[in-house]
Ligand binder design. Structure first.
Ligand SMILES: Nc1ncnc2c1ncn2[C@@H]1O[C@H](COP(=O)(O)OP(=O)(O)O)[C@@H](O)[C@H]1O
Ligand SMILES: [Mg+2]
Length: 236
C-alpha cells in the first residue's frame, strides 16, 4: 500500500514559460520550469522577490495561464482547458491562501467561508454546517459571526484557510501566508498547514523565511524565473 510508485503525480509542470507583455517591455517571469509534485507532499517555494514564485503559484492555482509549456493538474491537461472549465477545476481542486487574506470586508467569518460553497451550489444548511465545522477546526468556533476587521491578522488568515478548505480540495496553495503575521501567528498557521498535510492534503507554501520553510518536507528554490535547487528537508 505504501509503495511510493503508487502515489500519483498531482502536479506536473513541463517547460513552463511565462512572459508578461506590458507594451513597452517584456518580462520573462518564468523561464523553463519543470516540477513534479506527488499527492500528499508538503513543499516550500523560496527565492528572492521577483524570482517568479507568485507567477508560478498563480499558474498552479489556475488564476493565470502559462505562455508556453504543459501543466497537468491531477491528470488534467490544464493548458487545453477553456476559462469556464478552469474556474470549475479551481473550485474543486485548489484552496488558495493569500498573503493579504483577501477576505470579503463587512462580511462575517462564516459567510466568507460559505462563499466557495455557494459557487459550488452546496445547499444552504449543508454549507452552514460545513462552514461551522471548518471554523471550529481552525480554532475560531467562538468568532463565527465576527467581521474580518474585528479579529487579529492570524485569525483572519485562519478564516481564509477555512475558506480555502470549503470544497475539500486536495491541494492547498499558499503564497506568503505568513508575510503579514507576527512570529507566534506564523507558527500557528504553519502548524495548521502541517495538520492539513498530515490529513492528506498536498500543501505548497511560498515563503522568504527558513524557519517557515522548515515546517515543510521539500524546498524548491527559484532564481530569475528558474528552479536552482530542489531538496528534501532534513528533520533532526
Ligand atoms: N502582472 C504582471 N505584469 C508584468 N510583470 C509582472 C506581473 N506580475 C509579475 N511581474 C514581474 O514578473 C517577475 C516575477 O514576479 P513574481 O512572480 O511576482 O515574483 P515573486 O513572487 O517571486 O516575488 C517580476 O519581474 C515581476 O515584476
Ligand atoms: Mg510573490
Amino acid at each position: 500500500m505504501d509503495n511510493k510508485k503508487d502515489i500519483k503525480d498531482i502536479i506536473v509542470l513541463q517547460d513552463i514559460h511565462k512572459t508578461y507583455d506590458t507594451g513597452a517591455l517584456e518580462v520573462k517571469a518564468l523561464r523553463g520550469i519543470n516540477l513534479t509534485i506527488k499527492q500528499g507532499e508538503y513543499v516550500a517555494i523560496m527565492g528572492q522577490s521577483g524570482s517568479g514564485k507568485s507567477t508560478m503559484m498563480n499558474i498552479l492555482g489556475c488564476l493565470d495561464t502559462a505562455t508556453s509549456g504543459k501543466y497537468y493538474l491531477d491528470g488534467i491537461d490544464i493548458t487545453k482547458e477553456k476559462k469556464e472549465k478552469l474556474s470549475y477545476i479551481r473550485n474543486k481542486k485548489i484552496g488558495f491562501v493569500f498573503q493579504s487574506f483577501n477576505l470579503i470586508p463587512r462580511t462575517s467569518a462564516i459567510k466568507n467561508v460559505e462563499l466557495p460553497m455557494i459557487y459550488a451550489k452546496v445547499g444552504r444548511n449543508e454549507r452552514r454546517k460545513r462552514a461551522e465545522e471548518l471554523l471550529k477546526k481552525v480554532g475560531l468556533g467562538a468568532r463565527m459571526n465576527h467581521m474580518p476587521n474585528e479579529v487579529s491578522g492570524g485569525q483572519r488568515q485562519r478564516i481564509a484557510i477555512a475558506r480555502a478548505l470549503a470544497n475539500n480540495p486536495p491541494i492547498i496553495l499558499a503564497d506568503e501566508p505568513t508575510g503579514n503575521l507576527d512570529t507566534a501567528s506564523s507558527i500557528e498557521i504553519m502548524e495548521l498547514f502541517t495538520e492539513l498535510n498530515n490529513e492528506g492534503a498536498t500543501v505548497i507554501v511560498v515563503t522568504h523565511e527558513d524557519d517557515i520553510a522548515e515546517f515543510t518536507k521539500r524546498i524548491v528554490r527559484f532564481k530569475d524565473g528558474q528552479i536552482i535547487s530542489d531538496t528534501k528537508v532534513v528533520k533532526d
